[in-house]
Write a protein that binds this ligand. Structure first.
Ligand code: SAM
Length: 288
């Protein structure tokens, strides 16, 4: 029996390796997997994020030495590849037919075309549906082409109509400002609004969302905000602690106006409307 780290009416967190915990869940028991694997870049281990924190002296008070790296588990290129090769078929087993896996993936930069490899792997294990672009705005890190977008790869398990709760006007580019993590954040934390948007599009209230690589629990927070049940698994206890605190502090079913993902959807639709309006032919008044 795997001990539960945190539980409330909506969310359950397991502290441990997803490869040991996911096999306990029954086949076709999950309505949406929303997850964010390690980038495979050794993030926050002497990289730009780490140097940034070092330069700003950002450390948890009383805990770490200034500039101490906070490496992410399974974040070397080989470890990440081994992890996702195990994970995608296991996600296929757990998803109900017609349900989706939304998987964050870095942007288009090399040298390794990870987005292409993961797309093919998701296609083989589950069934590729779409590559959504998360536009982070501004200019990100990188050399020559700077990184200001990332992909969210969407795979759909065949066998039933897609578990889709948007309409036909959902753009495949979504803009949510990227987050510059502080020393108390997960080094690769994702915006809450982005995750609310995927939860809202791919699950109905009361359904179950799984994030097997939970980090600081943004997927679970988004699910709770929207009245979905959720399960998170995380290897590193410090992220379990942050996720549990976040969940304990929030109440379920936020009114729509409080949701970042909802606000963004309204803004995008307003943008579409104004383009359509601008394209209407203009008639000059005839001089009488
Ligand atoms: C990119 S981060 C997720 C960040 C998260 N989306 C957030 O916003 O906080 C990936 C996470 O997967 C965790 N992880 C890596 N290997 C794991 C494994 N085998 N089982 C469970 N968690 C794992 C890492 O500790 C890391 O926190």
């Amino acid at each position: 029996m795997i001990p539960v780290y945190y539980q409330d009416e909506w969310a359950t967190i397991y502290h441990g390796d997803c490869r040991e915990i996911m096999p306990i869940f029954p086949d076709a028991s999950i309505d949406l997997v929303l997850t964010d694997p390690p980038y495979g870049h050794n993030n926050n281990n002497g990289d730009l994020i780490h140097n940034w924190e070092k330069a700003l002296g950002q450390v948890k008070r009383g805990e770490a030495e200034a500039g101490e790296a906070r490496p992410i588990a399974n974040d070397s290129p080989e470890e990440t590849q081994t992890l996702v090769a195990w994970l995608f078929p296991e996600i296929a087993r757990l998803l109900k037919p017609g349900c989706c896996c939304c998987c964050c993936c870095g942007g288009g930069g090399g040298p390794d075309p990870q987005f292409a490899r993961w797309s093919l792997m998701l296609d083989e294990a589950i069934g590729f549906k779409h590559a959504v672009v998360w536009d982070k705005g501004g200019l990100g890190m990188g050399w020559h082409y700077r990184r200001n977008y990332e992909f969210v790869l969407v795979a759909e398990k065949p066998g039933a109509a897609c578990n889709w709760h948007g309409d036909h006007r959902v753009a495949n580019v979504m803009r949510f400002s990227g987050i510059k993590p502080t020393s108390t954040d997960h080094p690769t934390v994702k915006p809450l609004g982005l995750f609310q948007r995927f939860v809202g599009l791919h699950s109905a209230p009361g359904e179950t969302v799984l994030d097997p690589l939970m980090g600081s629990g943004i997927a679970l927070s988004a699910a709770k905000d929207l009245g979905r049940k959720s399960i998170g698994i995380e290897l590193d206890e410090r992220w379990c602690e942050i996720a549990a605190r976040r969940l304990a502090e929030r109440s379920a079913n936020q009114p729509e106006g409080m949701l970042d993902g909802y606000r963004s959807e309204v803004a995008q639709r307003a943008g579409v409307r104004s383009i359509i309006q601008r394209k209407q032919p203009r008639f000059r008044r005839r001089k009488s």
